[in-house]
Structures are given as C-alpha cells and as structure tokens.
Design a protein around this ligand. Structure first.
Ligand SMILES: [Zn+2]
Length: 261
C-alpha cells in the first residue's frame, strides 16, 4: 500500500529533530510521501528546504488567510516570481483561502482572489483553506472563471457544499475530522461523494485524529484516516488506497514515475 499525505505542515517547529523518525514510522504503514503547504513568506524558504531534504516530499507556496495582514503587494510579486521559475518539487499554490472564524474576511478576500488568478494564469493547482466559507469559495472560483485542479483541504461541511465544489473540479481533503464519531455531517458527505474526488491528508500537527492529543498529529497517522474512510464507505483500506493515490497524483499533476511507481 502506498499513501501520500496531500497536506502536512511538516516544516513546523513541532517536527524539529523528529522528521526522520516520523517518516520512517509512517513508511512502515505505507506512507510514501507528503506535501508541505506554504502559509507565509517568512516560512517559504524553510518549506522548500525541508521538502528538498527528504525523498517523497513536495511543497506549495502561498499566503494563508490567517497571515494576510503581514504581507504586501511586494510579497505577491515575489510569489509570482518564484512560481514562474518553476522550482523543483513545488507542486501547487497555497495554502490560500478564507476563514470565517479567524481574522477578517474582507482582508482575506483580495489575497485569495489574487492567488486564484495566479493559479489560472500559471496553470497550477490550488490548495484551499475554507472554514465556514464553502459557498464564498465556490462563488469566487466561479466568478474568476477558475479552471483546473484544487484541493479543499481538511474538508468539514455538508454533502451539498462538497458536491458543488467537486462539480467545479475540486478534490475534497479527507482528514482527521472523519475519525471523530460526532462529525456526522462531514462523515455523511465523505461517504456519499465519488471516491475519485477524495484525497487523504493529515494537516499535521493540527487536526488530530481520534485518540491523538491536540497538536500531536503526525503524517504517520495517515493510515488511521484511511481506516476511518474505509469504515465510512465500506471496502478495505487496500481497495481504496490505489484510487486515492491516483487522485492525489491527478491533483498535483504527478506521473507514475514521479511517485516512484
Ligand atoms: Zn493546513
């Protein structure tokens, strides 16, 4: 079984000194790689460096909605410049998006819009953070005539919301939420969506799955998310894994050779 964690903040200080061990432990359960999102300009260099340090790692560059107020137009120009240079292992723009529960939506909006436009222009996938803003994300993608591939990462919401985003071409990120029995609405959505639209992720060190303490999440728990997914949808983890690997490959534009097949 080969699994890829489509969204993991492996550059965060919580992993300092533990990265080798985390990857090794993950490997024994099928973890073949992970993708590190970039959340703010001051972290971009570290994200890139850590992705390049280990086999199977890729990264994204972007400005997260929580950090928009520490950025200026000059940072957006730098983002464009970096992405245009097509750096090795940089696979998407993000994470960017909207968050109704933290920060100011009016301030987040132009940053999200600019990164959506950049994704269209450069033909790159997007990694989207959306907290209680799925309808807004949908309407913005529509209005900007966005086309391409995107991950709605760490999805939490209803089937109807997910379905609309999938119809636009988005993948739905299945994370620790589905391991919690009380997350009925999200589990129902994930159970009913087409399997071809789902991508596995941990969002570690956050979004701890059931039984893991807050802030202690790790990519080595990705197989537990797969187990929960298999339980929700029926089928075995072994049956789901190849489809999920194909999905994440389509999302990030990887060939079989890219993922070492
Ligand atoms: Zn994240």
């Amino acid at each position: 079984m080969r699994l890829i964690d489509a969204h993991c903040h492996f550059d965060f200080p919580q992993f300092e000194g533990r990265r080798e061990t985390e990857l090794e432990q993950g490997r024994t359960r099928g973890l073949a790689g992970l993708v590190i999102p970039g959340v703010r300009r001051s972290d971009w260099g570290r994200v890139r460096q850590i992705a390049l340090n280990y086999d199977g790692l890729s990264y994204c560059l972007g400005v997260h909605p929580w950090f928009v107020d520490e950025h200026s137009d000059e940072d957006l120009a730098e983002l464009r410049r970096l992405l245009e240079s097509k750096p090795d292992r940089c696979v998407a723009i993000g994470e960017c998006g909207l968050d109704r529960l933290r920060g100011n939506l009016d301030q987040q909006w132009p940053w999200f819009e600019a990164q959506v436009d950049l994704a269209c222009e450069l033909g790159m996938p997007l990694v989207i953070h959306s907290v209680k803003t799925h309808d807004e994300v949908h309407s913005l993608l529509n209005r900007r005539q966005w086309h391409g591939r995107a991950l709605i990462h760490g999805f939490s919401g209803s089937f109807q919301q997910a379905r609309k985003l999938v119809d636009l071409g988005c993948f739905i990120g299945v994370g620790g939420v589905v391991t919690h029995a009380r997350a009925n609405k999200t589990r129902d959505a994930i159970a009913r969506l087409p399997l071809e639209a789902l991508v596995l992720e941990t969002d570690a060190p956050d979004m701890a799955p059931e039984g893991v303490s807050k802030g202690q999440n790790s990519p080595r728990f990705l197989p537990d998310i797969l187990d929960a997914l298999a339980e929700i949808r029926g089928g075995t983890p072994e049956q789901l894994a190849p489809v999920l690997l194909d999905n994440v490959s389509r999302l990030y534009g990887w060939s079989a050779a890219d993922i070492g097949e």
